[in-house]
Design a protein around this ligand. Sequence first.
Ligand SMILES: Nc1ncnc2c1ncn2[C@@H]1O[C@H](COP(=O)(O)OP(=O)(O)O)[C@@H](O)[C@H]1O
Ligand SMILES: [Mg+2]
Length: 404
Amino acid sequence: MPASTYHSVFKDESKLDINYVPRRLVHREAEMRLLAEFFKYLLTAPEKTAQRVLVVGDVGTGKTALTQRFGLDLAQQGKQRGVNLHYIHVNCRQYRGSLFLILHHAVSVFHPNFPKRGFSAEELLNIFLQILDENNAYVLLTLDEFESLIEREGSEAVYKLTRLQEARLGKPQRVSLIGILKSLKAIEGLDASTRSTLQSNIVKLEKYSKEQLVDIINDRVELAFKPLTVPEETVDLIAELASSEGGNARFAIELLWRAGKYADAEDLSVVLPECVRRAVSSVFAITKKSDLAALSLHEKLFLLGIARFFKENADRAYASLTEAEKAYIVVCEEFEVQPHTHTQLWKYLQTLSNLGIVKKSVSAAGQRGRTTLIYLPGVSAHELERELYTFLERGKVSENRRVQ
Ligand SMILES: Nc1ncnc2c1ncn2[C@@H]1O[C@H](COP(=O)(O)OP(=O)(O)O)[C@@H](O)[C@H]1O
Ligand SMILES: [Mg+2]
């Protein structure tokens, strides 16, 4: 039975939600000022220039939160000064890196029912600019998880986005860009001129130190928990753990939330360090939740196949790609979708392993040479299957299918 809110340690759980954008970003004042400096013309003479900035940092360094806070505040300031400035934040991976789908999302901000058919990405781009011209509107467009777009569309799409103005001589500039990357490696493959356009303005987010994490956690504790429910010792342990996870604030906040849930479930009036220790064991599933949500349908189905394999073979440490593929085909039958090819699965495996959800290992050279082995680094097969199910309700699958 869920504890009633009367007995809960939480005051406002929504402040711990993955999508909550804090009003203030602790220890990111300098980076915020740098962004403001780069984009200050958007408030004074937006038609004159278009800026491109890269925000770079590891998982949980606050890239998404920082840009969202900055963009929303800037758009607000624009309104106050009579500049029709919009902030659009797109997660490229959520749109599978497709320039078309990303642009469709941007157009939908102005025309919610804009059709998905009948246009190329190039045409959508022109339509987008035309809409902005008609509304005398300016956009700061953030391409979060920019890697995904680069991987899928390559130089040309990025070139188009960074050189929008060249075919529009004499017309006002309309679109400024922020690209969010985990590392600059992703842009190494782009052509030299696109790369140099992008590389000139970089905001680098360093990993948080343990002390900084303490401040970030305390800030959130105040917003989300009732007074005196989260002792210093608990905050300290969470900061320590998140610090060893690469200074990852996302990890810290998810851990804080999960620890609070344990406290409620045990009917405790304070969140004890023991609640944190209990929460840690299931933390993989939580920190990866947004990664799971953003996977494409077939990546999810493939991962579900892998989870099923390990669930049914509890004694196995590794699965071969062939075994994983077989399990995937069974899953596809269950969800009534056509399985993708072996080559595509190979790509999905790459994506999943880049995200750290599964890992690859190579077998010792046996009779049939080396083979790729798959293992689950930090989650039980049961738990992974359960998480995936929350995204793969049957009804949703057919919906996903339409945009495939
Ligand atoms: N400086 C900060 N102050 C307050 N909360 C932060 C700060 N940095 C990150 N967070 C929070 O930590 C979590 C992870 O941040 P996020 O922006 O998603 O990281 P990234 O996009 O770099 O992976 C979010 O819940 C975010 O609100
Ligand atoms: Mg992010």
